[in-house]
Design a protein around this ligand. Sequence first.
Ligand code: UGA
Ligand code: MN
Length: 363
Amino acid sequence: MPHMNLMSYFRNSAGVLMFFCLILYVVWTSTGDYERSSVATVTINESTFVCKENFIDTRTFLVKSPITHGTDTNETGSDNFMSTTIYFITPTYPRREQFAEIVRLGQTLMNVPNLHWIVADDTDSCNPQLDEFLNRFGMPYTHISSPMPDFYRSQKPMPRGVANRRAAINWIRQNGKKPGVMYFGDDDNTFDLRLFNEIRSTKGVSMFPVGLIGLYSVSAPIVRHGKVIGFFDSWVSQRLWPVDMAGFAVSLEYLEKSPNSTMPYKAGFEEDGFLRSIGLRMHEIEPKAKNCTEILVWHTQTKKEKPALIHIDDRNVESADSSLGPLLKTLESLGVSHTNPSSGVKAQIAKNSKAKDLTNRTV
Ligand code: UGA
Ligand code: MN
């Protein structure tokens, strides 16, 4: 090999080596927290806290109906079927709409027997209001605080709900009871109660359509002769698994087979990355929702607004003389609105068709 070629050969191989080192570093740093954290019971990693765990089901109203308990036609048979716990993972984050979403979703989930709700809040503190709400629904739950690392928060687009889902997966690995099924249910989606009868019988990995996704208004596996043969999703982008987060469920037995599997911090590729990491194969997929012909989960989205800033005389806020003070304090604690004595939308009281200013006087 001539001298120059040898030099460039070395330069190239050094470049190749550096490239591989970089890849290794990126892979290591993106899985590092997860691996280092798997020993602790309460603190999962440096910035993840289990705020509250409640394993007691206080619901007394659950009636045995085909909607909530499925029918005897379930492959596994009724008794066996109901002994499987559904671990429902909900990433959530503080914003004006958060508690409205939690109420709506909680009131759906409270109708589902043998369900453990894992609510993982994208924030660095344990919000006591969240516990109060979760307690009221009556089903077992785990409240986790798992903020997105600052590095990812500054990315565009940012990987939403990844830190929290990773924390929840980790919690399941340590605390999940078998038989169990894991499912990712975002706080703003709409869930048909019939979905839970479908996912409860997941043996490995099940899949089903999600309504209101992308340019087709749906993302769905395509099934022929009872097997998934492809996907109907308007955004393929080289994804092996072009599915939505709400479009699949995984049994804890299956999850256990790949102890290092996790979700990547890669916006748009979270589902694909996770399903690749558990080593899924096409022939293993169990189609649900009448061979993927029905929609049992909808990707609804809530319009987001900033919390209101209300310009109001502080005496109205501090006093419990009328309902207004306590009401405004409640809204403040839920992140819905703030008050200020000198700026914001002017507060007024309506009485006899007239509006009277409350910016510098009391009710
Ligand atoms: C879509 C998919 O349905 C999500 O499953 C996927 O995570 C997301 O895109 C993505 O790839 O980023 P979309 O409705 O666009 O979801 O996103 P959001 O509903 O705003 O967020 C998804 C979940 O992450 C929600 O449960 C939300 O509460 C949570 N989230 C969002 C956070 O925990 N932190 C945030 O800063 C934003
Ligand atoms: Mn959403």
